[in-house]
Design a binder for this molecule. Structure first.
Ligand code: UT7
Length: 337
């Protein structure tokens, strides 16, 4: 019997309308457009400003678009996993809230947090349900409202992050296309370099944690940078070697969009040029769980059946990994214009 693989059969995306430019940010913290472009490669990022709107609202926009593009009715969806580090609230899961808002009534689902690798880990987890034959239409969301935990007084972190959401549909495929292989890693000893100090069971919210600004992102940039460069390149090159993928037959690397210098270093180690790298960092910044599906959303029109794609991510945890996908459909027929 032919092997069942999980194929991506559609992509949806959403970024909120407000754009925070580097020049605007330079009025809030001591920074410049030149510094941010040179050290990070971000020009602007989208921010969800609307009062009362959360991660689930952006995710629902992406899911609704996905349902429309794939001609799927909400009742047909049987699972939804949401990769997220900024859930609407500690509980219930944002996946439940998205299902409610999108009218998805016959699915089960949950959130998955693996820092900036959340979407990739959720994709791999979801693929196992499809491969086992138990689930036929599975939505994987990557969504984050990073502006809810960014300290706009901190120049070390505020230029980096943006808000956004993306979603893909996974369905069974027996023609040899789909998710072929994955490599995943975590190393909890790296957790001290990038985390949200308070708000969990270790340091529940109180006046002191608020005064100390411990509900914002805390990052030591350099150790994270070094680990990201080494590990993203390592898993990507290992994936190429495992499947005889060469720079000539790789259509795209989809790297987590954290820093242009990390992306360039990964591409260099893989022997590929920028033409073969999906890039959205300059206009969206680091949307954490949403970077990978937003790349797919932006580049969908370029993708054809059989294209070799490697996704590579690294983030808080530390958590990192890569996935090898053989693309399943002609993206030019359905992509956003
Ligand atoms: O997505 C999750 C994973 N996260 C990442 O992958 C992020 C990895 N880290 C990075 O991307 C980089 O480390 C940062 C972009 C965060 C920082 O870049 P860097 O080149 O490592 O800068 P640095 O932290 O070593 O700081 C160099 C200098 C410092 O000044 P002094 O001490 O040399 O005088 C900083 O205070 O740059 C200063 N600096 C800034 N200057 C202008 C830091 N942020 C800024 C800023 N504008 N926004």
């Amino acid at each position: 019997m032919a092997q069942i693989r999980a194929s991506i059969t559609g992509v949806g995306g959403y970024v909120p309308p407000y754009i925070l430019t580097n020049d605007e940010l330079a009025k809030m913290v001591d920074t410049t457009d030149e510094w941010i472009m040179e050290r990070i490669g971000i020009k602007e990022r989208h921010i969800l400003l609307e009062e009362g709107k959360a991660t689930s609202d952006m995710a629902t926009e992406a899911v609704n678009q996905l349902l429309e593009k794939t001609n799927t009715s909400p009742e047909e969806v049987d699972m939804l996993i949401c990769g997220v580090v900024t859930p609407d609230m500690q509980f219930p899961a944002t996946a439940n809230i998205i299902c409610d808002k999108a009218g998805i009534k016959n699915a089960f689902g949950y959130d998955l947090n693996a820092g900036c690798s959340s979407f990739l880990f959720a994709l791999i987890t979801a693929s196992k349900f499809v491969e086992s034959g138990t689930h036929k239409k599975v939505i994987v969301v990557g969504a984050d409202k990073m502006s809810s935990i960014v300290d706009y007084n901190d120049r070390n972190t505020s230029p980096i992050f943006g808000d956004g959401a993306g979603a893909v549909m996974l369905e069974p495929d027996t023609s040899g296309l789909g998710l072929i292989d994955s490599i995943m890693h975590v190393d909890g000893s790296g957790r001290h370099h990038l985390h949200q100090i308070a708000g969990g069971s270790l340091r529940p919210a109180n006046f002191e944690t608020i005064l100390r600004r411990q509900h914002f992102i805390y990052q030591e940039g350099q150790p994270v940078f070094k680990a990201a460069v080494a590990n993203m390149a390592d898993v990507s090159v290992r994936m190429m070697e495992r499947h005889n993928i060469t720079p000539e037959n790789l259509k795209y690397l989809i790297p987590h969009q954290a820093n242009m210098r990390i992306i360039e270093a990964t591409a260099r180690r893989m022997g590929i040029t920028k033409e073969n790298v999906m890039l959205t960092i300059t206009k969206y910044g680091n949307t954490t769980s949403a970077t990978i599906p937003l790349c797919l959303w932006e580049y969908e029109k370029e993708l054809m059946p059989g294209d070799n794609i490697i996704i590579a991510t690294f983030g808080a945890g530390f958590a990192w990994g890569s996935t090898y996908i053989k693309w399943a459909y002609d993206g030019s027929k359905v992509a956003k214009q």
